[in-house]
Design a protein around this ligand. Structure first.
Ligand SMILES: [Zn+2]
Ligand SMILES: [Zn+2]
Ligand SMILES: [Zn+2]
Length: 163
């Protein structure tokens, strides 16, 4: 199994470009409009692999001279989540770009509490066992989000604790 974490030195401009290209395709197929502000918010969310709070995004937009009241940014984020381009990390109240845009899935993340990187795992291993329990309780399951917290390999190396 390959690590869901990218190397610290990877070419991140490729990540951003891939995400923006995918967003165009996804929005076109949904007949949804990726307005300049929505596109810029997506780009800002993708400035790294660490989830960012709405307030941080807002600060950057303001310095760029966008007319960005909080409702504007929350609407843009809501749009991006609906289109499957962004996930909200509930435990951090922050947002991160999805690496499988347009595919319907719940967010499953390994989150490093040292550097803040959130790595998305392709399959949600909790869905099976939780849906079994839900069925037993006649519970109609809609989402299973996993936010597992720990320390990534790079950060363990940096602190010399790698086993
Ligand atoms: Zn990257
Ligand atoms: Zn995703
Ligand atoms: Zn880390």
């Amino acid at each position: 199994m390959t690590s869901p974490f990218l190397h610290k030195g990877h070419d991140h401009s490729t990540c951003i470009q891939t995400a923006l290209d995918a967003a165009d395709v996804v929005c076109q197929s949904h007949k949804a409009r990726l307005t300049p502000i929505r596109r810029r918010v997506l780009e800002l969310v993708w400035q790294g692999h660490s989830p960012l709070g709405a307030y941080e995004l807002l600060k950057t937009l303001k310095t760029e001279g966008h007319n960005s009241a909080p409702p504007t940014i929350y609407r843009a984020l809501e749009f991006l989540i609906q289109q499957g381009l962004v996930h909200r990390i509930a435990s951090l109240n922050a947002y991160v770009g999805c690496n499988r845009p347009g595919e319907h899935h719940d967010g499953t993340f390994l989150i490093c509490h040292v550097c803040g990187t959130a790595a998305e795992i392709p399959d949600n291993p909790m869905w099976g066992p939780i849906s079994e329990m839900a069925q037993a309780g006649n519970f109609r399951l809609s989402h299973v989000n996993v936010e597992a917290v720990g320390e990534c390999a790079d950060c363990q190396r940096a602190t010399g604790q790698e086993s």
